[in-house]
Design a protein around this ligand. Structure first.
Ligand SMILES: Cc1cc2nc3c(=O)[nH]c(=O)nc-3n(C[C@H](O)[C@H](O)[C@H](O)COP(=O)(O)OP(=O)(O)OC[C@H]3O[C@@H](n4cnc5c(N)ncnc54)[C@H](O)[C@@H]3O)c2cc1C
Length: 389
């Protein structure tokens, strides 16, 4: 593995960091309180090229490799304190753009990718349903072929970007009797007749990333909007989830680095008992833990992205990366609050928001329990090697 950046990569990463810290941090507290999505910042990110980092240049992207992409998203998370906006961008990239890049027809890519890259269009993914969350492939939404259209019926929940999305990747079954082999993915445009963005969901954190419950009632989708082949939805979803698990928390690593630097500054400045609180071993030890977490998280992230770039499946590494970074992010947010004492608990210090934002990472893209199930099943399926004597 070689993580040494070329001059060109370094320029890009520095530019992302500067852009994020200078142009995306405003109305943070108000937007979190009121649950406001920052449309203007979204467009700026599109114009910069963030949403299209991984997309080939012929479709309007920057055509970066996975390692450069996650490093750029890390810088985004370091510079931008609006975790909701950053989450919306990540959901858009990993759950809408990536499936389109890898499973879309030429015509579909030409039609949608340039807008999804430049910030004109917002994408999302509708898999979860009221009765199928972790057990995603037991979904009940149906897609029945009628002439040159599919007719969708069912309901979807927890759709990130749902209230503002222009295009959703929707999973539905063409034949329930075929189980996972009947699941297909469809590109559904906003305002499709029969699609109803029923209600915006209020949530604990990531409040600037809008989320909706969506109903499909005889929603007509043209057959050319079937993504990949009929019945290929399960393999598409599994494949896209591996990308998502491995990469969606890249920005969390940047957030952890930002928290660490802030805590170091505070531990040097804040005095109690006549000395900086960083002199107390119990405080210093928290900073050490924060440093270990950010380094190990970054290493796992880069390793996973490197493997993806080499064309490896990285199924195990992606699950481990997601599990580890989410855990580290939450613990580092708690430590940051503790180091700041009562001030850390106050909204104006913007640390309690980080913790609320971080907690969702143990739930989306597969819960931590599901990541453990994947890791355990892969490890236990391997034959144990005897150590050499
Ligand atoms: C911020 C956020 C954004 C999201 N965005 C999207 C989105 O854009 N699109 C989308 O489709 N969905 C989205 N989701 C939904 C997310 O994928 C689901 O919440 C998640 O898959 C869990 O499903 P569930 O909530 O129904 O919980 P359940 O599956 O009902 O799980 C409840 C509890 O049981 C545990 N559990 C379940 N099965 C097992 C098992 N086999 N072994 C051990 N423990 C188990 C779970 O880990 C959990 O602790 C989002 C969720 C959040 C919080």
């Amino acid at each position: 593995m070689d993580f040494a950046w070329s001059d060109q990569q370094r320029e890009l990463l520095d530019a992302v960091g500067r852009f994020a810290s200078q142009q995306l941090n405003y109305n943070m507290i108000e937007n979190d309180r009121d649950g406001v999505f920052n449309h203007d910042a979204w467009k700026k990110c599109g114009a910069f090229g963030i949403q299209g980092l991984l997309v080939p240049a012929e479709y309007g992207g920057l055509g970066m490799d996975p390692l450069t992409t996650v490093a750029a998203l890390e810088r985004l998370g370091y510079g931008c304190k609006d975790n909701g906006l950053v989450f919306s961008i990540n959901a858009h990239m990993w759950t809408a753009i990536t499936p389109l890049v890898y499973s879309g027809s030429k015509a579909q890519k030409k039609k949608y990718l340039p807008g999804l890259c430049d910030g004109t269009l917002i994408g999302g993914n509708a898999m979860s349903e009221p009765n199928s969350g972790s057990d995603a492939f037991s979904l009940a939404t149906t897609a029945i072929k009628q002439g040159s259209k599919y007719v969708l019926n069912g309901s979807k929940i927890f759709v990130s970007n749902g209230p503002v999305a222009d295009l959703l990747v929707v999973f539905a079954t063409v034949d329930k009797a075929r189980g996972p082999n009947g699941i297909s993915a469809f590109l559904v445009e906003k305002d499709s007749p029969g699609m109803n963005v029923a209600r915006k969901l209020e949530k604990m954190g990531l409040r600037t990333s809008p989320m909706a419950e969506i109903f499909f009632e005889n929603c007509e989708v043209p057959e050319e909007n079937l993504l990949g082949k009929e019945g290929s939805g399960t393999s598409q979803f599994t494949w896209a989830m591996t990308w998502e698990r491995g990469c969606i928390l890249a920005s969390a690593v940047g957030s952890m680095q930002r928290l660490l630097e802030r805590c170091i500054r505070y531990a040097k400045e804040r005095k109690q008992f006549g000395q900086p609180i960083g002199k107390f071993q119990l405080v210093a030890s928290k900073i050490v833990d924060m440093k270990l977490r950010v380094e190990s998280a970054r290493h796992m992230l880069y390793h996973c992205a490197y493997l993806r770039g080499q064309g490896k499946s990285a199924y195990l590494e992606a699950a481990m990366t997601k599990l580890h970074i989410s855990d580290c992010w939450i613990k580092s947010c708690e430590d940051a609050i503790q180091i700041h004492g009562g001030y850390g608990y106050m909204t104006e210090y913007e640390l309690e928001r980080e913790l609320r934002d971080a907690i969702g990472s143990k739930l989306y893209s597969g819960t931590s329990e599901m990541q453990r199930n994947i890791i355990a099943s892969l490890l236990l399926a391997q034959r144990l090697r005897r150590p050499n004597r």
